[in-house]
Ligand binder design. Structure first.
Ligand code: GLP
Length: 258
């Protein structure tokens, strides 16, 4: 059932940059600052990480900071937002593979501190697995930082239109537009999984800091809805309007329709 939230606040937290590189550097430097601050305090930094084309520039900059500027990931505990179901971690379309390729194999993060939903088991155990994933995040005090991209239908993680704002980590059905957009990576539509495991909208909303990064013209229409439209479960990213710790980071092309 569609749910909406009324908000009287017109204050929108927007960070606009002239191009994708500038926006990505901003996000990467926010993450690096958090990691360094936590390190100084002798604490871990709990990061919620995203996949897709959008965060690649962020990860590239984090790798550069690790290689050239002494940024260490030893105190980082990471939780990825989502993973296709079913898929094997070694499949090139899996988010486990993606994270290894685009970040983890290049930095000094400890293997045992990486968390990505693992779908290499029977459907029977999934509800418990999702509960355990959720509990693990909450037992660490929730995410210190959550990086988000956005799907063209407004999804965050794999929280598709209709996802409840109270949702937690669970098995979800993928939207037809999401599967269509994943077709190129998988080769054909019938190879794109119909399901995924995703942390919930509520899981995301508990993060202490949230940055949603949107790059390029193809995200401009959905960003207009997410930022200026009604807060509705039909556009899960619109929920971020109601969270004071959330900001939208856009390049000029993604901001074109605002
Ligand atoms: C997938 C991921 C999302 C991501 C989205 C956008 O659906 N599950 O977390 O935000 O893709 O991908 P891209 O950045 O490639 O546009």
């Amino acid at each position: 059932m569609k749910k909406t939230i009324q908000t009287t606040s017109t204050h929108k937290k927007l960070k606009l940059f002239q191009d994708a590189e500038a926006a990505s550097l901003f996000v990467a430097h926010q993450i690096a600052e958090l990691i360094r601050d936590k390190e100084k305090q002798g604490k871990t930094a709990v990061l919620g990480l995203a996949t897709g084309n959008t965060p690649k520039g962020v990860y590239q900059e984090l790798i550069r900071l690790y290689k050239n500027e002494g940024l260490s990931f030893k105190n980082v505990i990471s939780f990825n937002l989502d993973e296709y179901y079913p898929i094997l971690p070694d499949d090139q379309q899996s988010y486990t593979y993606f994270m290894r390729q685009y970040l983890f194999k290049h930095v000094d993060i400890k293997e045992q501190q990486i968390n990505i939903p693992n779908t290499d088991f029977s459907e029977k155990g999934i509800a418990q697995y999702c509960q355990d994933y959720e509990d693990k995040i909450q037992s660490l005090g929730g995410m210190d930082f959550q990086l988000l991209g956005i799907g063209r239908n407004g999804h965050i993680g794999f929280n598709e239109p209709g996802s409840d704002f109270e949702s937690k980590t669970r098995l979800v059905n993928l939207d037809s537009l999401t599967r269509e957009d994943a077709k190129a990576a998988f080769g054909s539509l019938d190879k794109v999984p119909e399901k995924a495991i995703s942390v919930g909208v509520q899981t995301i909303s508990k993060a202490k800091k949230i940055l949603l990064l949107a790059l390029g013209e193809r995200k401009s229409e959905i960003m207009q809805q997410a930022i200026n439209g009604e807060i509705t479960t039909e556009v899960p990213a619109s929920f971020l309007q109601s969270l004071s710790q959330a900001e939208f980071v856009l390049d000029a092309s993604a901001a074109r329709a605002l």
